[in-house]
Structure formats: structure tokens, C-alpha cells
Write a protein that binds this ligand. Structure first.
Ligand SMILES: O=C(O)CCC(=O)C(=O)O
Length: 272
């Protein structure tokens, strides 16, 4: 008989993803969604704080930091890449009800400047991610080679550079990563994935947490600020941030500005 960890690893290694994995109750996910939407409402009109909700929110929102360290999330990740985990990034992918926002076919690791592929994204659903609401779509087994990407900067594309792979994807092989609130998917940094617009009447909200091993190095760029999520950091390859104590307090925002500056140098390199 196979143990659960072995089954998870086997599926992930074969397909480049695993889902659905329940990591918290529906009620807990609804509670996190309310906290998130309360902060979003408070930050309307404040461009910088609204951006901090969308990227690296773990540095400024204590409840997001708490999610990234949740044992039910980090344990399955540790079964794939090891016990010692850093949070390299957190992105909120929220598509409003009946919105045209989408994500083009891409591979995450293309632009992150890391020196190897010991990275896993945990994508936590805080609202229903269905075919209608524009759940993620994965191409099974596409995580073995890095493909060329081109930048589109399309205004409806939720990705930083609107990046998309430069070849056609045969969508008939794509799998819909349908998730209920409180469930997550795990995907490999080279997996081809995308998502369609949201044609449902509810928001589609997903929190993508990028875990790397402490052994990783930033091969391109520098100054990346990470957060220890599990285990210990015996390498010191990245600066470690301090956990936020206050919702978007002054020191939290100062750390976020430093981290965002460093990250943008890497993400937008070679663009004008
Ligand atoms: O949320 C989405 O639709 C896309 C997310 C994504 O591209 C990612 O987590 O890498």
C-alpha cells in the first residue's frame, strides 16, 4: 500500500501538479476571505497599499503570513521539495465577477532568476474556482522543458509582463483545476498553466504562495526578501523578513517597499 506522501509525489512528478488538497475548512477560508475583503475596502484609492495586497501581502498582512506557515499547506509542499522552506513570493489572483481578466499560458520559473527548479506554488482557493469562474488550467506533463515566452503587457492579463509562451498550446489536453474554498492545488514552476475570464457571479480569489528550498539561490538579481515558512535556514542565501505584526504598519510597508523594489528589478529585467 502506498503512503499519502508517496502518492502525492508520484502524481506531482508525473503530471507537474496535484489537486485538490483540502487544507482548511470552508468556514476558515470564508473567514480569510472576509479579512482580505475588509483590507481591500480600506485600501480603495491607495495605489501602493492596493498593490501590497496583490503582491507580497505576507509581508504586510499578519493573516496572510499565517496562511503561508499553515502546516496543512507546508507539509505537502515539504513532501515534494524538502523540510526547509522559504516563501519566495505571494500573489493574489482575484478576478471580479463577470470580468475579462485572464492569465495567458506561461511557466512561472521563466522570469524569477532562480538557480534551480526546487520551487512549488501552492494556490489556495478563497472562493469557488470553477470552469465558469476561470479556474487554473494545467497541461499535464509539461513541466520538463522551459519554452520561449514573449511579453504582451495586455491590460486584462493578470501577469506582470502579460507573458505567454510563444508556441500554440493544444488546449484539448488541458485539465481544469477546480477547487472549492479551503482547497489548494500544487504546481511545478515549469508547468504550463493559464486561466480564462470569470463569467460567474462571484469573485474568483486565489492566493498563490511560492515556496522554495533554503538551498536555492537568486542567480539573477539580488536583494530578494523571503520568509521562513517551515524548518530552518542553514544556508542564508536570502535575506529573511520579519513577520508582520500590524496590518500595513510603517515598518511592514518599509519592508514591503524594499522587497518589491528588488523583485521588480528581476521581473521586469530587459523590458523598457
Ligand atoms: O490564478 C490564476 O488564474 C493564475 C495563477 C498563476 O498563474 C500562478 O499561480 O502561477
Amino acid at each position: 500500500m502506498q503512503d499519502a506522501a508517496h502518492g502525492l509525489r508520484e502524481n506531482y512528478e508525473r503530471d507537474g501538479y496535484a489537486f485538490p488538497i483540502r487544507v482548511m475548512s470552508t468556514e476558515q477560508a470564508a473567514n480569510y476571505r472576509s479579512q482580505l475583503e475588509a483590507v481591500e475596502a480600506q485600501c480603495i484609492g491607495d495605489e501602493e497599499k492596493s498593490k501590497a495586497i496583490r503582491t507580497l501581502a505576507n509581508l504586510v498582512l499578519p493573516f496572510v503570513d499565517e496562511i503561508t506557515k499553515n502546516d496543512s499547506i507546508t507539509k505537502p509542499v515539504s513532501e515534494l521539495i524538502g523540510e526547509d522552506l522559504l516563501v519566495f513570493g505571494v500573489s493574489l489572483f482575484a478576478k471580479d465577477a463577470r470580468s475579462t481578466s485572464y492569465v495567458s499560458w506561461h511557466q512561472d520559473l521563466h522570469y524569477w532568476g532562480l538557480d534551480n527548479d526546487e520551487e512549488v506554488t501552492a494556490w489556495l482557493a478563497l472562493s469557488p474556482a470553477t470552469v465558469e469562474s476561470g479556474c487554473m488550467r494545467f497541461v499535464p506533463g509539461s513541466h520538463h522543458t522551459i519554452l520561449e515566452h514573449s511579453d504582451t503587457f495586455h491590460e486584462d492579463n493578470l501577469l506582470t509582463r502579460g507573458q505567454e509562451i510563444a508556441v500554440e498550446v493544444d488546449e484539448k489536453h488541458a485539465v481544469d483545476a477546480v477547487l472549492q474554498p479551503g482547497e489548494m492545488s500544487l504546481h511545478h514552476g515549469r508547468l504550463l498553466h493559464a486561466s480564462n475570464p470569470n463569467s460567474s457571479n462571484d469573485r474568483r480569489i486565489g492566493l498563490a504562495i511560492r515556496y522554495i528550498t533554503t538551498k536555492q539561490k537568486q542567480a539573477v538579481g539580488g536583494g530578494t526578501i523571503t520568509m521562513l515558512a517551515r524548518g530552518r535556514d542553514a544556508y542564508g542565501n536570502f535575506k529573511l523578513g520579519t513577520a508582520p505584526q500590524e496590518v500595513m504598519g510603517d515598518s511592514e510597508m518599509a519592508l514591503w517597499r524594499r522587497a518589491t523594489g528588488a523583485k521588480e528589478q528581476i521581473l521586469y529585467r530587459e523590458t523598457t
